[in-house]
Design a protein around this ligand. Structure first.
Ligand SMILES: NC(=O)c1ccc[n+]([C@@H]2O[C@H](COP(=O)([O-])OP(=O)(O)OC[C@H]3O[C@@H](n4cnc5c(N)ncnc54)[C@H](O)[C@@H]3O)[C@@H](O)[C@H]2O)c1
Length: 275
């Protein structure tokens, strides 16, 4: 029997970046628990959706909705199409994000002193402004129709503490430019925590809850063994995360089990920030 405390059945759940590594796991987890899931993505090519989500992509409880979270009009159009199809969402997972990868040009992954302003603005635009625009539109709609909604903002351990540069230093060996984990996502994600608290207190009387979920690094095939070993050494649990290991926290934050929780930060980091 499904536990009503953790039930998300019949809820309309919107997941931004829903075809990304963690986002697709959120989509699967909510869909498996009988929610109706709006997969908000910049790329809504059905072929791509099928390659990421498999048969789920054809489910009548799943909708592919185009959005660029940095564009207010696109955000409002995405919300309107979900409302027209189902209803105002009961939950929004602000998962879309941009980070600078080791494959970035040397200038973008080199010394902080040379980090390009343009790239800093681009990352802040997605990670912070995008979360603001999505939260503003979806929260306003929840308030308009009197829904007790839940908004989950995905943060990062690197929004709580600084990256440990030693983990990455070997990555530039081939190019001769030592890789420096860039500043932009750290700064943008840090802003998520007080955007969350602000909206949580602002909407608390209206039954709309807003919390942050803080993940640590997920293992990917593209990471080299040295990086994985360096990263793992920093994690008390002794391994990097699997992409689906944030699902329990996301379900908890949307379900009734967390009904007295708002403005909080649920840290799921294998103990990274405990050291
Ligand atoms: N993977 C990790 O190790 C890790 C660690 C800490 C935090 N996080 C956070 O978790 C979230 C998901 O990360 P992920 O690793 O799955 O990333 P990912 O790159 O696999 O997915 C992110 C998704 O966001 C989408 N996106 C980017 N810009 C967008 C825009 N302007 N409009 C709409 N969508 C946009 C991308 O298309 C992509 O599908 C991010 O917020 C990330 O910062 C990830």
């Amino acid at each position: 029997m499904a536990d009503p405390l953790f039930s998300v059945a019949d809820k309309v759940v919107a997941v931004s970046g829903g075809l990304g590594q963690i986002g697709a796991e959120f989509v699967r987890a909510f869909h498996e628990r009988d929610a109706r899931v709006a997969v908000l993505s910049r790329d809504v090519d059905p072929e791509r959706a099928r390659s990421v989500l498999g048969d789920l992509a054809g489910s009548d409880r799943l909708a592919l909705v185009p959005v660029d979270v940095t564009e207010k009009e696109a955000v409002e159009a995405a919300l309107a199409s979900i409302e027209e199809l189902w209803d105002v969402p009961d939950a929004l997972i602000n998962n879309a994000g941009l980070d600078t990868q080791p494959s970035a040009p040397a200038q973008a992954s080199g010394p902080f002193e040379d980090f390009p302003e343009e790239l800093f603005r681009e990352v802040v635009d997605v990670d912070l402004v995008g979360t603001f625009l999505m939260t503003q539109a979806f929260g306003a709609a929840m308030r308009r129709v009197g829904k007790s909604g839940s908004i989950v903002n995905v943060g990062s351990i690197y929004g709580l503490v600084s990256p440990v540069q030693e983990i990455y230093a070997h990555l530039g060996a081939e190019t001769g430019v030592p890789f420096v984990k860039p500043v932009a996502a750290s700064a943008a994600k840090a802003g998520i925590y007080n955007l969350t608290r602000y909206c949580a207190t602002y909407w608390a009387q209206h039954g709309i809850r807003v919390n942050t979920l803080t993940p640590a690094g997920v293992a990917r095939d593209t990471q080299d063994a040295q990086f994985q070993a360096n990263y793992t050494a920093r994690i008390p649990i002794g391994r990097m995360a699997e992409a689906d290991e944030y699902n329990g926290a996301a379900i908890f934050l949307v379900a009734d089990a967390s009904r007295y929780m708002t403005g909080a930060n649920l840290v799921v980091d294998g103990g990274w920030t405990a050291w």
